[in-house]
Design a protein around this ligand. Structure first.
Ligand code: FES
Length: 405
């Protein structure tokens, strides 16, 4: 807990991510004297060039938590200080603990009030005299960093295949922060971004609505990072979008890794106004899931994987007529075998043989830059294998565009 970040110059790629996207609470990455040890720069570094070292000497500072006075070491984050005082944090939403899934300041799930202002506890450093409140009232306005609004001609996993083409069909925005640590993350500058200004749900919904009108499309998508992390924010955002887009053509689309998408969360999303969803199933075996997602704790990986499959089943069983459901599955021979792809296909068949299955070609990105991008021929083999299993609607991303259905 008492630690500081050190950059290893021989590994540094010089990409600037630690300066540009990381919400360094010290304001200056890699200053041993100032570092709060949050570890965000380590998580975000594509070169794996940051190590966390133990800090031995530190003095104490006085803070107040929920009105009570405590002493905690200086140069730790608010989250670490709260943990030292016995507060529990978790990477899967649990009663009695503060959900802190991204640890880079992107999702604001771990937010607390510090001197009256909402801040992410994972990337905020404690200071002398700080007053922290963990009691957020039911009606507080959640915030989250969301950025990258754009018109999209292809859409995401939960976009119906017949719409994908060469004109704009969707506007999308990207929520920062993710609970997974995929070494080949294709959107890593969003995933690890904690530096932008957080937005309220209504601010984000207004921007999305403006973009919808500007691009003259009906579909409004949110992806990430991981869109579902800050539940209160996402539900309020969807409600605000629905309020601003009351026409029957409006579609609200959520793309998600589905790892925390519990049944009650799905019910709430549908009640809020979600119309389309694209859950990803990142493997069938937990070992594959861990390799693809970079999650090292087996128990947590099992929970995430189980939740994502259960979310798929629950969506089909309860909302097939009401929502458009598209499933995403990964392919790259370095990460998952063809045998497992076939088994995933068989499992999907047992749940719904007509659901749209989109195979994503996992490319060299972020830390996994040495994996080759799957060729067109390889993706065609995947497509054939899933069609042979009996799935009716399979589309595959390839370097030459989509194959299928
Ligand atoms: S866990 Fe702190 S902002 Fe996401």
């Amino acid at each position: 807990m008492l630690r500081f970040a050190k950059k290893m110059p021989d590994k540094c790629l010089g990409c600037g991510a630690c300066e540009e996207i990381v919400a360094c609470p010290a304001g200056k990455p890699f200053s041993e004297a100032l570092c709060f040890g949050c570890g965000a720069c380590q998580l975000a570094c594509p070169g794996d060039a940051v190590v966390m070292l133990e800090r031995t000497k530190t003095r104490d500072v006085e803070i107040k938590v929920n009105g009570e006075k405590f002493w905690v070491p200086e140069r730790v984050t608010v989250k670490a200080a709260l943990e030292l005082l016995g507060y529990r944090f978790s990477r899967f939403p649990e009663k009695g603990s503060i959900f802190a899934p991204c640890s880079v300041g992107g999702c604001y799930s771990c937010a607390v009030l510090v001197n009256g202002a909402l801040v992410p506890s994972c990337v905020t450093g404690v200071t002398e005299g700080m007053e922290i409140s963990t009691d957020l009232s039911e009606d507080y306005v959640p915030k989250r960093i969301v950025h990258g609004w754009m018109g999209h001609p292809v859409g995401g996993v939960g976009t119906p295949w017949w719409l994908k083409g060469h004109r704009y069909i969707e506007v999308a925005c990207f929520a920062c922060g993710c609970n997974l640590r995929c070494p080949q993350c294709q959107n890593w500058t969003t995933t690890y971004c904690g530096k932008d200004k957080p937005l309220s749900p209504s601010e984000a919904a207004r921007i999305t609505t403006y973009m919808r009108n500007r691009y003259r499309v009906d579909r409004m998508a949110i992806s990430g990072g991981e869109s579902t992390l800050n539940r209160r924010w996402l539900l309020s955002y969807i409600k605000a979008l629905k309020e601003l887009n009351q026409d029957s053509d409006a579609r609200i689309h959520v793309d998600t890794n589905a790892t925390i998408l519990t049944r009650d969360y799905i019910d709430d999303l549908v009640d809020a106004g979600m119309t389309d969803i694209g859950p990803d199933l990142k493997g069938l075996k937990v070992e594959t899931f861990m390799k693809i997602t970079g999650i090292k704790e087996k128990e947590l990986a099992e929970k995430y994987l189980r939740t994502s499959w259960d979310a798929f089943r629950y969506l089909v069983d309860n909302y097939k007529e009401r929502l458009f459901i598209g499933i995403g599955i990964p392919y790259n021979k370095m990460l998952i075998s063809m045998d497992e792809i076939v088994k995933i296909g068989e499992e999907i068949m047992k749940i719904d043989d007509s659901v749209q299955v989109c195979v994503l070609d996992y490319r060299p990105e972020f830390r996994n830059v040495t994996i080759p991008r799957p060729s067109y021929a390889e993706m065609l083999d995947v497509w054939k294998a899933l069609k042979d299993v009996g799935l009716k609607t399979v589309i595959c991303q390839t370097p030459r565009g989509h194959i299928g259905p």
